[in-house]
Design a protein around this ligand. Sequence first.
Ligand code: DGJ
Length: 693
Amino acid sequence: MLHALTSARLEFIVDDTSGSLEVVHLGSPVGRVDPTSFSAPIPEGGIDHLAPISVLAEAAAGWMGKPGLRLHRGGTVVFPRLDPSTVTSDGSSLRAVACDPATQVSVTILATLHDAGVLELVVELRNDGAPLTVDEVLVTVPVPHASEVLQFSGRWSDEFHPMRHPWEWGTFVVENRSGRTSATRFPLLMAGTAGFAEQTGTVTAIHLGWSGDGQVRADRLPDGRRILQAGEIFGAGEVVLDTGETHRSAPVFLAHSAEGLNGISDSFHRYVRARPTHVAAERPVILNTWEAVYFAHDLDSLSALADRAAAVGVERFVLDDGWFLGRNDDRRALGDWVVDPAKWPAGLDPLIAHVRGLGMEFGLWVEPEMISPDSELFRSHPDWALADPHHDPVRARHQLVLDLANPSAYEHIRQSLCSLLDDHDISYLKWDMNRDLVAPTDSTGRAGGRAQTLAAYRLIDEIRRAHPDIEIESCSSGGGRIDLGILARTDRVWTSDCNDALDRIRIQRGASYLIPPELMGAHIGPNRAHTTGRTHTIAFRGATAMFGHLGIEWNLLAATDDELAAVERIVSMHKAHRALLHGGRTVRIDVEDAAVSAFVVVDPDQDEAIVSVSQIATSRGLPVGPIRIPGLDLDGTYRLERLALDERRLGMAKQQPAWLEGVEISGRQLAVAGLPMPILNPETALLLHLRRR
Ligand code: DGJ
């Protein structure tokens, strides 16, 4: 029998008659279907039937690609046959149970199609026999339309580089073994029709909602069929099920669009926004102290910084790294979560009271999953560091990983965090995690990466239960832990340590394929970016940060009066449009000229929009052709006005387009004919506001 889960953009149809839960369709809705229409020919020269593309692709059913389950019992391979005995579905969720008495393995496949058009797949694997080692659990779906793949790579301070490849044959694998989500091997893969772009093409996206080791794969099978797969990567012997035990997989998320990449991100954004834990709209403007003072904390200068922050409109003041016992640089003190009496003789309360008195919330940086070899905690508990019994652990940023699977270590850190929150008026934690896990094994030699991620999740969940009003930011050396697993329990990500506006345009665009702008930390840095050395005008920095969860990462005590006035203008402009910026639909615009990056944020009723056009390099030809603006009501008429952040002057031109002085224009003209672009200097941005008449 066929079972269909259907939403406006994505339909998932499975067939349970072939002896497994076969995915016969994942794509745009197809309407009424005839079961025979999915039957495919069986070529000569191979096995006598076509192995179905089932959610758990089965070697025992003839599957010769990577199987959905790799299992063994003490070296004896276990190939279960997963013929579903019951499949129940209500049109938006499906539960299929298959028991294989021969191998004493059973699975439950849970498929949920969220209203937003995002399909979530989870597998529960139960062992009823002798201890069973689980080497791999991968879900598989077909992507018959795809001939190009897009993945994202990068590094610290340079996240989200899009990388495209033609996919004529073979396998693309994004394999992450860093123990965190990873900026280098980001677990999101898109596969689509040739030339798929922001506004055009048919695309399917697969994402692993997990903050540890994992893989996303695009595989073209020898018989020509194309599939996507995703799942965790386990260390050797990491998942062993005793009799009666169940393993639950990390969730895999899928989105599909026949309207290019914008449809993918629209589905992901809607899904994230519909989650019950999603933050209220209109995120408070932040000042984060890291680049302002680094480890040099003292009450007077931070109080003065708070004064300046409040004066320019900041609503949340976040004290970054450097506040705890002996933390004078990044070589020491992780684990000693008590306030440093040398820097803070009267504790943090005087600063917190000052910040609160200025009407701002107070936030604090922590890195609970780590331990410095030079710390009181390590001196008392050297066995609490995650290290194998035979070798010295590899250090990263001079630090080790705290073994959170050790109940004593876990409990110590839980209590330390709870005491901090009980004893201080803190409403926000910037939760950092600054190193890869390298060959993570506990003191008994057992692989421990997965347990570490699960324990970090549990710790965050427990802290939130004990302090329900707290908000948490997920930071991992900038954007090293951005995924839908961590975002089920956190409220913001630190997108990148790069506050260079030029690089940020690309980084934020890359992050926007998965997460909506209100979750994306975006800060105005100083004139000269700390991580690249480049200088940009305040207008360009503001125009870039404006489109995320706005913050400031700059020692405002060193800013001139003119700069402070400009920051205040940017903050108040952001606040004036915040409901739109944090609740609207982001539509990235395909612009032929690679020197221009543009997108529009449109409110759900299409009454209002803000267009951002950034000149990221010098265009080869001038003037740049018209920019066509999608996403508006084609039949609506809009009043268009330029939002000037600071500088009125654009590029050198004898004359700029007359519409820049304001115009009334139809949504159709904007979408079809577009607007001739003014001449812009490189590394400047143009913001346009549209309101329906
Ligand atoms: C890495 C983060 O990405 C930075 O923003 C800052 O919090 C530092 N860690 C502090 O050590």
